[in-house]
Design a protein. Structure first.
Ligand code: GTP
Ligand code: MG
Length: 201
């Protein structure tokens, strides 16, 4: 994969396929690993460890009290959206003590999905700031939990201070087709940007 996230050299003759690196980012416990697991065509690589006392008082467990595992390095999955476009998905760790890994993980990424749990909006602030710092185009994906309140999307956009051109969509990370729709929304958003060519060559 080159520095722009494209997998160019040595493509098979029939392989008019473009490969794109996409980040699945967001705050602690927002459902990043769940999304990579539900949507990946291949068995995903995950790096889950049991939540320990080290996170006590550090991680906000309100709303995710049943959570027992956390990503310590990355999630990796792959999905072919059609015959010509394959996405490589890189899920980030959500815990603050692993954020130093983000710089390396983002290398070559063309776009990102930022997951938000509307019960804990603040947990995704840092991830949104990071997209702006890394200059990676992104969509906001509101992962709806059973006790999430039904906020209008525009209210969330205001609360998160998201620019008008950035899509905000609601979804369920456990559901493959719902997660896939989020990735399609991201690709549409990328295609609207003149600098990004996603058509196969
Ligand atoms: N009800 C519901 N539960 C979900 C959903 N997505 C994730 N969960 C649950 O919420 C918890 C957090 O999900 P993870 O996928 O581990 O979240 P994460 O963002 O990868 O977490 P970290 O890697 O620790 O930051 C898990 O217990 C999931 O089973 C969802 O859409 N609805
Ligand atoms: Mg995770």
């Amino acid at each position: 994969m080159d520095s722009k996230g494209f997998d160019r050299p040595g493509r098979p003759a029939a392989g008019r396929t473009r490969s794109v690196k996409v980040m699945i980012a967001g705050g602690f416990g927002t459902g990043k690993t769940t999304m990579v697991r539900s949507v990946s065509d291949i068995r995903p690589l995950t790096t889950e460890e049991t939540l320990t006392q080290a996170s006590a008082g550090v991680d906000d467990l309100i709303g995710v009290a049943d959570k027992t595992q956390t990503t310590v390095s990355l999630d990796f999955g792959k999905i072919s959206l059609n015959d010509t476009l394959t996405l490589y998905l890189f899920g980030t760790p959500g815990q603050e003590r692993f954020w130093f890994l983000w710089n390396g993980l983002f290398k070559g990424a063309l776009g990102a999905v930022v997951l938000v749990d509307t019960r804990r909006l603040a947990s995704s602030f840092r991830a949104i700031e990071e997209m702006e710092r890394q200059q990676v185009p992104f969509v906001i994906a509101l992962n709806v939990f059973p006790d999430s309140r039904d906020h209008p999307v525009e209210e969330i956009r205001d609360a998160l201070d998201i620019p008008p051109h950035t899509p905000v969509v609601a979804f369920d990370a456990r559901d493959r087709s719902s997660s896939r729709d989020v990735l399609v929304a991201l690709i549409r958003h990328l295609k609207e940007r003149p600098a990004v060519a996603l058509e196969p060559r």
